[in-house]
Design a protein around this ligand. Structure first.
Ligand code: PEP
Length: 255
């Protein structure tokens, strides 16, 4: 069975000391959680400090970006082995903000995913349609292209380690969530595309939903058969709401 993963994407928020005070409180609050994998992706400058604070806990640390080359004259970039050394076990790749503001393409997503996998880091490959795509009824076409091009040329073993995040761009940071049915429809489609890529592994690959996930909508989303977790921005920045998200199954009756 697929173990749910709840991942916090802190984007460009929190200094090192703010990150540390969050995780010090958070790790105690989630210490008994065993049925959900928990991940925090702080800014790069906080990654190692956060890792040192949580390394003996059930919380994993990830980066928000990676570069595909191993080393060299690439000012401002960080390689997979450097991320690994700093304590990252996951990395977000191709987040829509990186596609929109930093020129990320399906091709760069593919190279970055390959670099992460070669260094034992689990890539969370982000895909999602814009509002324009949805209105023009090209959602499935766009998603299929993003998934196929991002995952081009991977071995079965590499494929088995990946996580995919479906994040409709129109739902990120906007307060508009896809309905559980809209999200499930695309998740099931992504799993179908995964089946075309690698028959035996389509059922095991985790597909996260991202886009204004909050304590009051998480349980309906998580009830969907093809939703295996959340990639959460805003609601991962406060200890109280992220604890609620991680404990979504316990809170089902309290919401
Ligand atoms: C995200 O950062 O990937 C995200 C989905 O943000 P938010 O939860 O704030 O919409």
């Amino acid at each position: 069975m697929r173990k749910p993963l709840m991942a916090g994407n802190w984007k460009m928020h929190k200094t090192i000391s703010e990150s540390l005070s969050f995780v010090t409180e958070f790790k105690t609050a989630v210490a008994d959680v065993k049925d959900v994998d928990i991940l925090i992706c702080p800014t790069l400058v906080s990654v190692n400090a956060v890792y040192n604070e949580v390394k003996k806990s059930n919380i994993k640390v990830g980066a928000q970006n990676i570069f595909w080359e191993e080393k060299g004259a690439f000012t401002g970039e960080v390689s997979a082995s450097m991320l690994k050394d700093a304590g990252c076990s996951y990395v977000l790749i191709g987040h829509s903000e990186r596609r929109q503001y930093f020129g990320e393409t399906n091709e760069t997503v593919n190279k970055k995913t390959k670099a992460a996998l070669s260094n034992g880091i689990i890539p969370i490959v982000c895909v999602g349609e814009t509002l324009k795509d949805r209105e023009e009824n090209t959602t499935f076409e766009v998603i299929e292209k993003q998934v196929k091009e991002a995952l081009l040329g991977f071995s079965q073993e590499e494929f088995s380690k990946l996580v995919i995040a479906y994040e409709p761009v129109w739902a990120i940071g906007t307060g508009k969530t896809a309905t559980p049915q809209q999200a499930q429809e695309v998740h099931a489609f992504i799993r179908k595309v995964c089946f075309q890529i690698c028959k035996n592994l389509a059922d095991t690959i985790r597909i996260l939903y991202g886009g204004s996930v909050k304590p009051d909508n998480v349980s309906e989303l998580m009830k969907q058969p093809d939703i295996d977790g959340g990639l959460v921005g805003g609601a991962s920045l406060e200890v109280e709401s992220f604890v609620k998200l991680v404990n979504y199954s316990k809170n089902i009756h309290q919401i």
